[in-house]
Design a protein around this ligand. Structure first.
Ligand code: NAP
Length: 259
């Protein structure tokens, strides 16, 4: 028996990296999916691939999670059963640059706050009331070790991930009388498109982030998320911090030379 047979999961940021890997881990376990991201072509490919390979239903939405109207229009377009998922993974997120706060372009700061914080709030606000009414489920918020520490140049990104942690803790308090569990996953370095986005397409800078160590890969996080949402319903894993073995903090990283 597959672990998520017939269940429904909503995953934001499903077109790449952690979200995409999580979508595939869930689909393999028989989970139907609602996949959200801005790049529709990628979502179309995933829908085709997962429906053929895993015999699940996949609904896709080209949605910018930082725009409440877009989120709401997509939500309203869903069949009733997809409005009340068993699992909600708030994963969409990004960082821009490593400049000091006082040097950072305002547009970059706004975008990080809008996507990483408001995006989580908007998607939660739409789906979770239906999950409450249905009477169960798991909310997984993808935070970061940047939500526990601050590093040079991290400023606004760190602030947004501290906010994700605060929102996760707040939701856990507010949903304490319901069977819904709230899980925060806080990874260290994961090799995805994250650094390419952060450095606005500068591949050399992005590659340097992972140089000399074996980072985590999207599958490592997907595997962990799958584990947390498949515990017995009375078990709530509040938060998990996960790093590559050669990373101890955001800045203490052991790198082998010439690799
Ligand atoms: P990624 O490969 O760049 O994937 C990010 C995903 O978020 C993409 O699917 C992207 O899709 C989506 N996204 C970005 N802006 C969006 C928006 N406005 N609306 C909807 N979707 C949007 O990066 P990742 O590493 O997998 O990141 C996933 C999460 O992990 C983020 O919250 C990130 O902060 C967190 N995280 C990453 C690391 C790391 O080292 N990689 C470490 C800790 C935490 P579209 O571009 O198609 O919209």
């Amino acid at each position: 028996m597959k672990m998520l047979e017939g269940r429904i999961a909503v995953i934001s940021g499903a077109s790449a990296g952690i979200g995409k890997a999580t979508a595939e881990y869930f689909a393999k376990e028989g989970c139907n999916l609602v996949l959200i991201a801005r790049r529709l072509e990628r979502l179309k490919e995933l829908k085709k691939d997962f429906e053929a390979k895993y015999d699940v239903s996949v609904v896709i939405g080209a949605v910018d999670v930082s725009d409440f109207d877009q989120c709401k229009i997509f939500f309203n377009s869903l069949d009733e059963k997809f409005k009340a998922p068993d699992i909600l993974v708030n994963n969409a997120g990004l960082a821009f640059g490593m400049e000091k706060l006082i040097e950072k372009p305002v547009e970059d700061m706004d975008k990080m706050i809008d996507v990483n914080v408001k995006g989580v709030i908007y998607i939660t606000k739409l789906f979770v009331p239906y999950m409450v009414e249905k009477g169960g489920g798991s909310i997984v918020n993808v935070g970061s070790i940047a939500g526990r520490e601050v590093y040079p140049g991290g400023n606004v990104y760190c602030a947004t991930k501290h906010a994700v942690r605060a929102l996760s803790n707040a939701l856990r308090i507010e949903l304490v009388d319901s069977p819904i569990r709230v899980i925060e996953i806080a990874p260290g370095l994961v090799e995805t498109e994250f650094s390419i986005v952060r450095f606005k397409g500068d591949k050399e800078k992005a590659d340097n982030v992972y140089k000399g160590l074996t980072p985590l890969y999207p599958d490592d996080i997907a595997d962990l998320i799958l584990y947390t949402v498949t515990r017995p319903p009375h078990v709530q894993i509040n938060e998990v911090v996960i790093m590559p073995v050669n990373q101890a903090t955001t800045t203490v990283i052991h790198r082998k030379q010439n690799e």
